[in-house]
Design a protein. Structure first.
Lengths: 163, 163
């Protein structure tokens, strides 16, 4: 597995993964009907830095980071991750998470915050805990889960200094 | 005091208030050097619903609300408030807060969330508590305060049902 900067040439594969991932309506805020254009803006819009995890020519997943807030809050990064359903269980999320922490630190960020970790996504929460994140807030019933209805959402955070 | 929808004709006065409010660098994420264009996008960008509090022809303050997240998170509103430094202490923030809760409920939102309440803004926090909000998260050192350096930021929330 290699992780490298994403380019426009990767977008077709990224759109496929995005579309498959949001189809379940249980983890990401995007509706299953999200347009290709909105997906493009999400990964390649202003201020985004996007990476893909690859194996040969195949794209296994992608992540991006950016400043979570402008100006006086711009020292904290935000990041988002998606793994292809076909590549689940192979450590792609963990590898991208570790890569992202290093990249964000190199870019000068002092902390990283996830704004919207759905509380029923126990696999995701467990991974972020292993990577040093903790829950710093819980937004009651902030996500409309396709199967479960309104469920809580966590805000997760870690500082980037000290490894 | 009257509270009504903001229009482009109000923007000059809104820009004056915005500029004065962000100059202190102690409450809002905007740098004191924020451009007029960015200010305009903040109050009149896509998805924003903005109001002004007026007294005769004078604008005392303004607020806006919008969906805090898209799609599966779009049932929660986000709102922002600014009061002219010249109109502090007259209950303008409280009046706009109450107005905003009513408007957001009418618009169909089921909750309201403030994403970035600086922890040293005790007046603001106290007002939001009086209006039924509670702190649901604390983002460590997420704000670079002009005088105090890095300080914590609160996420505040309330449901809109039940008054």
């Amino acid at each position: 597995m290699e992780i490298r900067r994403a380019s426009e040439a990767d977008f077709e594969a990224m759109w496929s993964i995005f579309h498959a991932v949001v189809a379940t309506g249980d983890t990401y805020v995007f509706a299953p009907t999200t347009s290709r254009q909105d997906c493009h803006a999400y990964w390649f819009g202003p201020g985004m830095t996007s990476f893909v995890a690859t194996e040969g020519l195949r794209i296994l997943g992608m992540y991006k980071y950016r400043a979570n807030q402008r100006d006086l809050g711009s020292h904290v990064a935000n990041a988002s991750f998606m793994v292809s359903p076909a590549a689940q269980g192979r450590g792609v999320g963990k590898a991208m998470g570790e890569h992202c922490l290093i990249e964000a630190r190199k870019a000068g960020y002092v902390a990283m915050q996830f704004n919207f970790v759905v509380s029923t996504n126990t696999g995701g929460i467990s991974l972020w805990r292993k990577l040093g994140f903790s829950i710093v807030g819980t937004l009651p019933k902030a996500f409309k889960h396709q199967q479960l209805g309104y469920v809580d959402v966590h805000v997760m955070h870690r500082f980037l200094n000290g490894g």
